[in-house]
Design a protein. Structure first.
Length: 284
């Protein structure tokens, strides 16, 4: 069993123990009626919680295709943990709801299976899940920050590859709008494209000067035109960027930005597009 797998089991064990401890303290589901039997029910709830975590891991790995990995960056880990909570919370609530019905309804009529029963359980588990999530986020904040900084450093190393070595950098390109306007430029001279209403703004170099032309077109049209050039990627819903013209990747307070050469403008990077940038830079 590798170190990462042990850490995952330890995290799930502690989280489930925290959930059971909170239930033991506040005694929902009529637990105060059960005297010594309450400890048996709490152990059963712990077992259900661990089983739910195990089942959620299987769903994430084999159905959603998100295996446990510490090599895919901070954004992947955070996104996976969020999905884990979104799946595990209703799942463990359902398991507890069935347990309440079959094992705890003898003394407490309110434990009978019903929609209200499930919603009550879901609210309690969702609150505990939120609290547990905040705890782990705070606990691993410095670790995530260190991983993020290392990730940014590796990306910047990839950016140091000379521009002329990038595939297709010397080709010419014609960008057309839906009307008669067009822009002809060399691929290596394209800086970025920005969505501006019903237009796109094309920023590029010509005679060592930065120019900007407006085309009546959509970002989707531009993306389809440029799909054959792996170094031109979408970094944000409003921006396509030429990674060959990115001077540096920086991260501030959890947000990532691309510093573009020549114009030194900062382009935002959305979390969902970070993997695309890493793939283009052959980091994955």
């Amino acid at each position: 069993m590798d170190k990462g797998h042990k850490a995952t089991i330890s995290t799930r064990f502690i989280s489930t123990a925290f959930m059971v401890l909170a239930i033991a303290i506040f005694k929902p589901f009529g637990l105060e009626m059960w005297q010594w039997q309450a400890s048996v029910h709490l152990l059963a709830l712990f077992a259900l919680g661990m089983f739910s975590c195990f089942l959620t891991e299987i769903i994430l790995r084999y159905i959603i295709r998100m295996p446990r990995s510490y090599d895919r960056g901070v954004s992947y880990i955070i996104n996976r943990n969020l999905r884990f909570q979104c799946i595990n919370t209703p799942l463990v609530s359902l398991l507890i709801c069935f347990y309440r019905h079959f094992a705890m309804s003898e003394l407490v009529e309110g434990n009978r299976l019903s929609l209200g029963n499930y919603l009550e359980t879901l609210v309690i588990i969702a609150f505990l899940s939120f609290a547990i999530g905040l705890y782990w986020r705070f606990k691993y904040r410095s670790k995530y920050l260190a991983m993020e900084l290392e990730e940014i450093r590796e990306l910047n190393e990839k950016l140091s590859t000379p521009l002329h070595q990038r595939e297709g950098a010397g080709e010419s390109l014609l960008l057309r709008g839906t009307t008669n306007e067009s822009v002809t430029l060399q691929i290596s001279h394209l800086l970025y494209i920005e969505a501006v209403g019903n237009y796109v703004k094309v920023r590029y170099l010509r005679d060592n000067q930065v120019h900007a032309d407006m085309l009546r077109a959509t970002m989707k049209q531009m993306e389809e035109t440029l799909q054959g050039y792996p170094m031109i990627v979408r970094c944000h819903r409003a921006f396509l960027v030429n990674l060959g013209q990115v001077e540096q990747i920086v991260s501030h307070s959890g947000s990532t930005q691309l510093i573009v050469k020549h114009c030194h403008e900062s382009l935002p990077v959305s979390r969902s597009n970070m993997s695309t940038i890493k793939e283009a830079l052959k980091l994955n």
